[in-house]
Design a protein around this ligand. Structure first.
Ligand SMILES: [Zn+2]
Length: 283
């Protein structure tokens, strides 16, 4: 394993995640899908005076267009005067990662967690090298966090020694860990393995990320944050509250002015994000 020289200066988000981790706090990372969900998120971050990570997936980029999505997010952060970063969520394509870095993303996730360890190391390392040219933050994943539609019965928690080896071999800045969360809604209340999390933190010493933040009880989220999770991803609950509120609004009346129909759904997203920001930043 070759010795890697430390970056001259860490990426801004890497630095902030480390600060939050040291303080026993976390930055919320929210996926947005359109102007309305973005606005709800920004309203919440602004009223709570909290920084926010705005996440886009390949599907969301396909839907909105890379350039439009980036410009809308940047303009929104500026309009609401919020400290925020643009992050590419779950990506296995090196070329899409490069496109996003070229478009000004602050952070990218290379997710090769379903590949063998050696392959995961190799591609993550390539992405870390690429991102260094942009001074961007890189997140990778090790272990099995069930994706939408995947079985949550399979267990593949992150092994602390493997995590240490992975971090040393790749130089990755943040690591998504498998400690009992899953994407989508939970059939039964998830149990996070906090002891395992503490061991991973001890071995790796880098910012740790919790995926599948939707539906995890407040006390479990807080325990995770106290033990090294400093980025919490929230997507499913945002989509859910937005659509549920919109559906209710459309059922109630025949209003066709979308500037009247959408605001209750925007406000519902905002309330949800405020609630999560309160939970994860409690002392
Ligand atoms: Zn995820």
């Amino acid at each position: 394993m070759s010795q890697r020289l430390p970056d001259i200066h860490p990426a801004d988000l890497t630095e902030q995640l480390t600060n939050f981790q040291n303080k026993g706090k976390a930055i919320l990372a929210t996926n947005f899908y359109n102007y309305e969900t973005l606005r709800g998120i920004l309203q919440a971050a602004s009223s709570m005076e909290q920084p926010i990570i705005l996440q886009l997936t390949k599907s969301s980029l396909d839907y909105m267009g890379l350039s439009s999505a980036v410009k809308m997010a940047r303009a929104g952060l500026q309009q609401f005067n919020i400290k925020g970063w643009l992050h590419l969520d779950h990506c296995y394509s090196y070329s899409l990662i490069q496109q996003c870095l070229d478009a000004g993303f602050d952070s990218v996730m290379i997710d090769a967690s379903e590949r063998p360890m050696e392959e995961n190391i190799n591609i993550t390392r390539r992405v870390v090298d690429l991102a260094a040219e942009y001074n961007a933050n890189v997140e990778a994943e090790l272990g099995y966090v069930a994706k939408l539609g995947q079985s949550t019965d399979q267990v593949g928690f992150t092994d602390p020694d493997e995590a240490k080896q992975f971090v040393e071999a790749t130089g990755v800045h943040a690591l998504a860990v498998a400690i009992g969360s899953a994407h989508g809604f939970y059939k039964q209340e998830p149990k996070l393995d906090i002891e395992l999390l503490a061991a991973i933190r001890e071995k790796t010493g880098i910012p740790l990320v919790l995926h599948g933040g939707s539906g995890i009880p407040a006390t479990a989220l807080q325990a995770a944050v106290k033990n090294g999770i400093c980025k919490i991803n929230l997507a499913t609950e945002i989509k859910n509250i937005f659509i549920q509120t919109l559906q209710a609004c459309l059922t109630e009346n025949a209003e066709i002015d979308l500037r009247i129909v959408f605001p209750p759904a925007i406000n519902a997203v905002s309330d949800l994000v405020k609630e999560k920001l309160t939970i994860i930043n409690q002392r």
